[in-house]
Design a protein around this ligand. Sequence first.
Ligand code: PLP
Ligand code: COI
Length: 330
Amino acid sequence: MAGYALKETEYRYRAYTKDGKWETGELTTDKYLHIHEGSNVFHYGQGLFEGLKAYKTKKGTVQLFRPDLNLIRLNEGLDRIVAPRIPEALFFEAVEAVVKANIDDIPEYGSQKSLYIRPFVIGHGMNLGVKPSEEYIFSVFCAPVGTYFAGGLQALNFVTTDYDRAAANGMGKVKVAGNYGASLYPRQQALDAGYSGVIYLDPSTHTKIDEVGAANFFGVTYDNVLVTPKSSSILPSITRRSILWIAEHMLGMKTEERECFIDNVSEFKEAGACGTAAIITPIKSITHKGKVTTFGDGEVGETVRKLYDILLGIYYGEIEAPEGWVLEVK
Ligand code: PLP
Ligand code: COI
């Protein structure tokens, strides 16, 4: 099995709607969905997913990182694709059941790996006209994972693209499947040209940094301000929100959410990508229209390293988490 997942796990959770209302689901070992060929998820993009992780901690417990925020984002996305919201109790029952059922597949503490959990919702049932589905499936599966980009804390090279992953007032803010379909071609172009991934610019003017593939962008200025782009077309990253808090409250840094002009990207002495899968991936350089900007000396910068150490410390229970950030699965 190629790619991010290290292996397939045995149990997943499935819940279905009946007459448009969610019913309690259950664990199953069936990896396949048998749904109608006319389902909206195949034709009209009515599909949405989330990503969160479970970690084995230093104390030997298992914990989730800010799962409440994944539920909020999932439900905002469901509103956007006119699908029924997932009740809190159903979300937590599903996620916790999947973690517990696959507990032996959670990588051991110290391995720097984790269990990636993938909740998703799809609209299904025969439907030829463009309108919301009448029935939905909510499913959660998981897989042990290592790092998404090249291993560990290694600075990588990225390139901008002329393509957009999302429209200015489109669906960039939510985790709909179509955004990722839109990203496959520019990603492939970047990889073929020897880069680790793509930097998307704002879709209206193509002058400001939006995102880094399936992760958010951040930069550290020469006067030590942690900056992240303000944009209507990027996914509000839970990791970004967390590192902004860490920078402000644990590192005493100033933070700003504002426009990051690509022509002024050398204002940053350090840059990085952040996300559940990407964790914190240092950016060594960004190439834009043939011009290469290298951050600092091209090595992993001090702030990026500190943010990485603190974030991982919290993930793995080595550093006490801010209140409400971790949920132990018992
Ligand atoms: N941006 C995109 C497009 C993503 O797919 C992800 C991953 O979820 C992120 C950013 C990072 O978000 P988070 O930190 O919530 O995982
Ligand atoms: C995540 O970090 O959860 C992502 O969405 C990345 C994923 C597409 C592998």
